[in-house]
Design a protein around this ligand. Structure first.
Ligand SMILES: [Zn+2]
Length: 396
């Protein structure tokens, strides 16, 4: 076995409490040994005790964290919605098509255009430390266009989500029930081979609780696992439905009753908070503190999409969570790494311990706290994915 040691790490977050101090399992003056053949972690511990390796990288005292796990994005799209954002920030009402604008542009794009746009955003995320990402369909809304989006996404990630139920297709505006039949029938059949997850936007103006249940259970019957866009704009049945159906994640969770919080605390469903959406729409922040204090598992993610949250930056979302959602820097870092892994039901990412994927980011900072303390500063200096140095300012 050939190995590489990343040594002289000033502060390492392992997310393994047995390996270091506190819930993040932090180790000072640490080293990580990578098995080059498998791209996994072979050893983690104090640098002074590191076993001999075939190659070495000197971190020069920088902090290291597990690569971010971005468990919610919408990256197969074309066009942008600058005018809509501009109008919103000027306080003007803007009669634009919202998601429908992106649907039109996406349908009109070639496969090559969609893939190039996806890759551009993935590169952007990778440079900012994201080493695992989920992405969804939802801007095609025809059988052919949804399957195409998932096929393109599946060439770049294993975490692919079928979101034919993003909104009712404009082609079915007069007959939403027929659209639900399509989403649970022919479209699902065409999409399931490319997807791991099924998702639905359960919200006034999108899909109600009964429709969401039909869509999620149809997906589950095809072997897909559930995740739900829930309780973003209003109170509603999404969160409790997610818990009842054992969805991996209820995403947004901005408007929650006490019963919703209790349901999340009692089940296996992670609450994924997406502060980029509230930032970009000047909306009320989700109450992360309330969820954490109730014992709910919280993940943080970007929701990167051209309408309501056009950021690919996990560090930015982490800073918002600390400043405006009252998470501690430690909690936010955990939620953006291990929490995201749990929201994807993964145990091989979001932590740095023997056997885990060697996905890590070096920070030009003495600790991860600087991600929130120095918002907007590009602190990620180098990124390894599957043990290979892939991106970073230092690699160009
Ligand atoms: Zn979303």
């Amino acid at each position: 076995m050939t190995t590489t040691v990343i040594t002289n790490i000033g502060n390492l977050v392992t997310n393994d409490p047995d390996r270091g101090t506190g819930p993040l399992g932090q180790i000072q003056d640490a080293a990580v040994v990578v098995d080059d053949a498998t791209g996994t972690v072979a050893w983690v511990g104090p640098a002074a005790e590191a076993p001999a390796a075939d190659a070495a990288h000197d971190a020069e005292g920088r902090a290291a964290i597990p690569g971010f796990v971005d468990s919610h994005s919408h990256l197969v799209f074309a066009g942008d919605r600058t005018q809509e954002f501009n109008a919103r920030m000027e306080g003007r009402s803007y009669e634009a098509g919202g998601i429908r604008t992106t649907v039109r542009a996406t349908r009109a794009a070639t496969d090559e255009e969609l893939e190039a746009n996806l890759v551009r955003h993935l590169d952007e995320a990778l440079r900012q430390g994201t080493t695992t990402f989920e992405t969804k369909s939802g801007y095609g809304l025809t059988t052919e266009d949804e399957a195409r989006a998932l096929r393109i996404a599946s060439a770049h990630t294993d975490e692919v989500t079928y979101l034919g139920a993003h909104i009712v297709s404009p082609d079915y505006a007069e007959d939403p029930a027929a659209y639900v039949d399509l989403v649970t029938g022919e479209m699902l059949d065409a999409c399931a081979p490319y997807a791991r997850w099924v998702d639905v936007f359960c919200e006034n103006g999108a899909f109600d609780g009964d429709q969401a249940r039909a869509i999620l259970t149809a997906g589950q019957a095809k072997g897909l696992m559930a995740r739900v866009h829930a309780n973003q704009l209003t109170y509603g049945p999404g969160v409790q439905l997610a818990v009842e159906l054992d969805a991996a994640s209820a995403d947004h969770c901005t408007h929650l009753t006490d019963e919703d919080v209790a349901a999340l605390a009692s089940g296996n469903t992670v609450a994924t908070l997406l502060p980029g959406a509230e930032f970009s729409t000047r909306a009320q922040w989700p109450d992360a503190r309330r969820l954490l204090d109730a014992g709910v598992t919280v993940a943080l993610s970007t929701d990167c999409n051209p309408g309501s949250s056009y950021t690919s930056s996990m560090p930015f979302c982490l800073a918002l969570a600390v400043r405006d959602m009252r998470m501690t820097p430690d909690e936010a870092l955990w939620s953006a790494t291990a929490g995201g892994a749990q929201a994807l039901r993964r145990t091989d990412v979001g932590r740095l311990a023997p056997g885990a994927r060697a996905d890590l980011a070096l920070l030009d900072a003495p600790s991860h706290v600087h991600l929130a303390y120095r918002p907007g500063v590009p602190l990620v200096s180098r990124v390894w994915r599957r043990g290979r140095a892939v991106r970073g300012r230092r690699l160009g």
